[in-house]
Design a protein around this ligand. Sequence first.
Ligand code: WT7
Length: 684
Amino acid sequence: MTASAEQDNGESTTDTSTAEIAVYWQEEEYYHAPDSFIEQANLKDRDVFKRFALENFPDYYKEFSAMLDWYQPWDTLLDSSNPPFWRWYIGGKLNASFNCIDRHLDIHKNKAALYFVPEPEDEPIAAITYQELYVRVNEMAVYLQEALKLHRGDRVTIHMPMVAELAVTMLACARIGVIHSVVFGGFSAQACADRMVDSDSSVLVTMDGYWRDGKWLDHKEKADETVRLAAEAGHAVDRVIIFGRYPGEYRSKCQLVDGRDILINDALKAYDGRRVAPEHMDSNDTLFLMYTSGSTGKPKAAQHSTGGYLSYVTAMSKWILDIKPEDVYWCMADIGWITGHSFIVYGPLSLGASSIIYEGVPTCPDAGRPWRVAQRLDVNIFHTSPTAIRSIRKVGPDEPTKYNYKFKLMVTVGEPIEPDVWRWYYKVIGKADAAVVDTWWQTENGGFLCSTVPALDPMKPGSTGPAVPGIHPVIYDEDGNEIPEKSGKGGNICIRNPWPGLMLGIWGDPDRYVATYYQRYCRDATSKDWRDWPYFAGDGAMQAPDGYYRILGRIDDVINVAGHRLGTKEIESAVLEVDGVAEAAVIAASDEIKGVIPEIYVTLQPGVEGTGSMRQKIVDVIVRDIGPIARPRNVWLVPDLPKTRSGKIMRRVLASISNSKDTGDVTSLANPEIVEAIRKTVSR
Ligand code: WT7
């Protein structure tokens, strides 16, 4: 039986390694934001919790839309007549690029909108003012419209490294109503091609190459491969638009394809000085697609709206990240993930702040790099993930103390943070003088679900905090009973109410949207009342007596590597492509730096020999099909996999072996004897 058959069985495998963290965690001590932070905070009025109480839903979300400029005000706040397809701010018209650029020009046109920090430290930092961003976005938008004949509603795929041109291209699309689909630059050509096919997009925007960890990576290679793989799947990519990492140069070894490839820095010269009025988009027009992994193989595109999404990320940036126009804000996530969309590009720019785009890895060329950037640009808000914090701590535990910078606020996101790592973040990186917010949310959500409000709630290491204003969580047990509030008992966390940042749906697959996020706890599938449709996040969580939530990790077949979801099915099906492989199971192994890292257990077909080169082939196919982010720590070739009598692979047992934990009672397995045999293989 193959791994996919397990899916039909309906049982779900708990990611033990993450879930167990919580079991070992104790209640932690509180920390308080310094008075200097509280005095200047955007949100310091406790009244917000009353205004955003559930009985005032949905009216309180008027406040969020009021943070934007609209061409036409909305007439209906929430249309909930077709659950669970909620529609916000109906009748409203706006443009995201106008809100992120044009509306700041009067006051802030000479202020840096973006700083591009190249990885090579001898290359100068580029400051792009709001005026310059306005010019570049306009010229690119006219180019997309006139040269490529793209229209409102068309999709464009962007597969780029962390450079300013990525943000420019996104905003250019937004300006003319083209839907952007950004694929994380580190993803493989296969991943990019799959997403182009799924979103039916025939234009790929890319870059010749970029710097990563001191090495020049040829990125155009991936574009050629993407086009080839898409063609194999019957999908034509007509145009490949290539930015030069060094404008005016082309540093890739790959040939340009006549009629298909365009060096955009040259092509844009003909558009010098051109401007285009922003499209008046409907609030519920799609702004972008962002792919994410779910518990079935195929990645799915979260389809985000214009009005609801932008209102939500603007409000969260203002209230939780405390961003103001005068702030210099650095989020180290990649724009290719939702964190970068919401909190490098749309949120900070909507508020007129200066946002940093850093090309490379944080520890290149040495552990002092982030702090030199912070010191030089006088960064005062810093946003990163537990993975990055752990790796920064490992290479330079005292580095931050050597530099002169001062953060007012710091953010962590992506996975539960160990209290010990939190304390180091707070004390050493934050010099015990900054507010820290631990923000829990997902690709599908647009912005935060849980976090402390930094000037109003104390911080507690390892807990995300209460829900953000307007979000009302509930924890259910397996049978759909509500777990009593503040009981400290674990269960499945859901959100009672819809909110404007929630995606419109899954691109091209409305049934999957309903099945994944609502089926599990919907009280009545025919109900038109939003109260019957709690949003199922797919995370385990518990609420402590003080009301703070602690997230216990994913409850489905998804593993969270370096703060990002990877589908186990996707990885396993890549492994099954290798000749001679019979079965594959991926588990999450604990890792000091990355939190978890995939480990693969493989059985081979009879007569096939388990060699080092077989293991290498398996690693290669994973890196090729998914990307280096999924590179496994080990590939274990084993005689059989532990299975239930119904043939379900017991990943939980494998995870215990990988993490040197007790496997618990395995006597109910169909093949209990295999557990000891596998343990021997692994401990060798
Ligand atoms: C999953 C979403 C949008 C954030 C980037 C990852 C886990 C996220 C936290 C946190 C504990 C967290 C959850 C969630 N997660 N933030 N602060 N504490 N867990 O986005 O790839 O959509 O993954 O990341 O398990 O469901 P994503």
